[in-house]
Design a protein around this ligand. Structure first.
Ligand SMILES: Nc1nc2c(c(=O)[nH]1)N(C=O)[C@@H](CNc1ccc(C(=O)N[C@@H](CCC(=O)O)C(=O)O)cc1)CN2
Ligand SMILES: Nc1ncnc2c1ncn2[C@@H]1O[C@H](COP(=O)(O)OP(=O)(O)OP(=O)(O)O)[C@@H](O)[C@H]1O
Length: 210
C-alpha cells in the first residue's frame, strides 16, 4: 500500500455518483432532495385540504381538457393511472375513452427502482394489488402507449413534474421518447421550479383546472 490517494477516495470522485449514466454532484442532489421533500409535504397538504366535491369537479374539467387535447381517441393507446393519495380520479373518463375506441393501460411496477410498464385495462378488467398497494390489471398485457397521462403532485414553469419521489416516471419516460406526455392536476400544483436535475424529463403538455 502507498499513501498516494486512490481515485475512489479523492474528494472530487466522492462528490459524484452515477444516476442512470448521469454524472451528478452529491451536495446538489442532497439539497434538491431536501427541497423536493419539503415541497411534496406542502403539496400533499394542499391536496388534502380540498373537498371531495371540488376534487371531482377538477377531474371532470380535466377530462374535458384531455378530450380537446387528444381529439379522436379511436385506436390510440393511452396510459392513465389508478388514483392514489388524493390524485384526481379519471376512471370515468378512462371508461368513456374505452367506449370511444381508445385502448387504455395502467402503470405497473415490475420491480423497485425499475421503469414502469403499462398493462392493458378495460372497465371490465379484474384487478389485483401491485406494489405500494396500487391496484393493477390481473392479466399482464404490456402495451406501448402513444399518450401517457401523468398525475402531477407539482409542476414547474418549465413543465418539469414533481411526483411521489420514486423517480419512476422519469425512468420510464427516458425509455419512451416517442410517447406524448400529458401532466394533469389542479391549479395549485404550480410551483416556480423543481430545480431540474439531469434525470428529470419535461412533460409535453400540462393541463390544469381550478
Ligand atoms: N396513481 C399512480 N400510480 C402510480 C404512480 C403514481 O404516481 N400514481 N407511480 C409513479 O411513480 C408509480 C408508483 N410510484 C410510487 C412511488 C413511491 C411511492 C411511495 O410510497 N414511496 C414511499 C417511499 C418508499 C421508498 O423510499 O422506497 C413514500 O413516499 O413513503 C408510492 C408509489 C406507479 N403507479
Ligand atoms: N432515470 C433515472 N435513473 C435512475 N434514478 C433515477 C432516474 N430518475 C430519477 N431517479 C432517482 O429517483 C429519485 C427521485 O426522483 P424525483 O425526485 O425526480 O422523483 P419524482 O419524479 O417525484 O417521482 P415519481 O416519478 O415516482 O412520482 C432521485 O433520487 C433520482 O436520483
Amino acid at each position: 500500500m502507498t499513501d498516494r490517494p486512490s481515485p475512489s477516495s479523492s474528494n472530487s470522485c466522492m462528490s459524484h455518483q452515477l444516476v442512470d449514466g448521469h454524472v451528478v454532484d452529491l451536495d446538489t442532489v442532497r439539497d434538491v432532495a431536501r427541497f423536493r421533500n419539503a415541497t411534496r409535504e406542502e403539496l400533499y397538504a394542499k391536496r388534502k385540504a380540498v373537498s371531495l366535491d371540488a376534487r371531482r369537479a377538477t377531474a371532470t374539467a380535466i377530462g374535458t381538457l384531455l378530450n380537446e387535447a387528444i381529439g379522436d381517441p379511436k385506436n390510440k393507446v393511452i396510459a392513465a393511472y389508478w388514483p392514489i393519495r388524493g390524485e384526481l380520479d379519471l376512471r370515468d373518463w378512462m371508461a368513456n375513452m374505452h367506449n370511444r375506441g381508445a385502448i387504455l393501460s395502467l402503470p405497473v411496477m415490475p420491480a423497485k427502482h425499475q421503469p414502469l410498464e403499462f398493462h392493458h385495462w378495460t372497465p371490465q378488467s379484474e384487478m389485483q394489488m401491485g406494489h405500494f398497494n396500487i391496484p393493477i390489471p390481473a392479466a399482464s398485457a404490456p402495451l406501448d402507449p402513444d399518450i401517457i397521462v401523468v398525475p402531477l403532485l407539482g409542476v414547474d414553469a418549465a413543465q418539469y413534474r414533481l411526483g411521489n419521489g420514486g423517480g419512476y416516471y422519469d425512468r420510464t419516460l427516458a425509455r419512451r421518447p416517442n410517447a406524448h406526455t400529458i401532466g394533469i392536476g389542479a391549479e395549485f400544483c404550480q410551483i416556480q421550479t423543481i430545480f431540474p436535475q439531469p434525470w428529470d424529463i419535461k412533460l409535453n403538455t400540462i393541463l390544469l383546472a381550478p
